[in-house]
Design a protein around this ligand. Structure first.
Ligand code: ADP
Ligand code: MG
Length: 261
């Protein structure tokens, strides 16, 4: 199978991007798909969710963008055999400044990933809530975009903006980019807020919605404290199951495409 590169993206903070990137990547790895998670958010939350303290990070996206190390050198092994990780270590103002300047060149990440394409089935990119620089790099390098939308967090405007931005990137840099889908996160059944969010999303974006929804569960925050994907913290929780289902929804889609060819 050709490597699929999926950017987890929405120009809004706190919607579940990092949680989805980490837990989808971990679920793909549990399904024995060789997966690389790349954190491009200078905030570096994916590292925390995987238990990487700054001392454990030997190189990261900062060196890749400075051209001081190849991506190979920034790849870290994780607790899961099939999951590797490139952390974001843009953790000073000077680095951030240089990083932003280099990220204006939209093909840096695409070129860096070229060297590891054959090694992975999936590359999952955790994006910051922006629509320029590093996100332009991520979308230029990607096969598709997955948008997490937090129920009750009015996100329709952010989705509409991102759809327009995807069209723009298709035009200028990556004609085959497509929307992988929209996944509802922090879903609470039988609440007014979820009901309204779901109705609005179905009205406008029905064909993009994943069947799987990700329930709200305190285990997500707890597992982050322990530096583990939720599947390694509590495999039986509804949220672990949901991320596995999301992974299988994606895997099956690509399997069907392959058999259709
Ligand atoms: P983003 O990367 O979009 O800013 P995060 O993934 O960091 O969003 O999530 C924002 C906050 O919501 C975090 O504190 C995270 O622990 C919490 N969170 C995310 N998903 C869930 C969930 N399914 N249930 C409960 N809390 C969640
Ligand atoms: Mg994040």
């Amino acid at each position: 199978m050709r490597c699929k590169i999926i950017s987890i993206c929405l120009p809004k903070g706190g919607v579940g991007k990092t949680t989805t990137a980490v837990n989808l990547a971990a679920s793909l790895a549990v399904a024995e798909k060789k997966t690389l998670l790349v954190d491009t958010d200078p905030f570096g939350a994916s590292a925390m969710s995987l238990g990487f303290t700054p001392e454990r990070i030997k190189a990261g996206i900062s060196e890749v963008f400075n051209f001081t190390h190849s991506l190979d050198h920034a790849i870290h092994k994780t607790e899961l055999e099939y999951l590797d990780f490139v952390p974001s270590n843009v953790n000073s103002i000077q680095r951030d400044d240089r990083f932003s300047k280099i990220a204006e060149n939209r093909v840096v990440l695409k070129n860096a990933l070229r060297g590891v394409h054959e090694v992975y089935d999936y590359i999952i990119i955790d994006c910051p809530p922006l629509m320029r620089g590093i996100v332009q790099n991520a979308l230029t390098a990607s096969t598709s975009v997955l948008m997490p939308v937090r129920c009750g967090h009015f996100a329709l405007e952010a989705i509409a903006k991102l759809f327009k931005y995807v069209d723009y990137i298709k035009e200028i840099a990556n004609p085959s980019l497509f929307i992988e889908g929209i996944v509802m996160t922090m879903y609470e059944a039988n609440t007014k807020v979820t009901e309204i969010s779901e109705r609005e999303l179905k009205l406008r974006y029905n064909k993009y919605l994943f069947k799987t929804t990700i329930p709200r569960n305190h285990m997500v925050t707890e597992s982050t404290f322990y530096g583990k994907p939720v599947i390694l913290y509590n495999v039986n929780s509804n949220v672990s199951m949901a991320y596995l289902e999301l992974a299988y929804e994606i895997i099956n889609k690509y399997r069907e495409e392959k058999t259709a060819v």
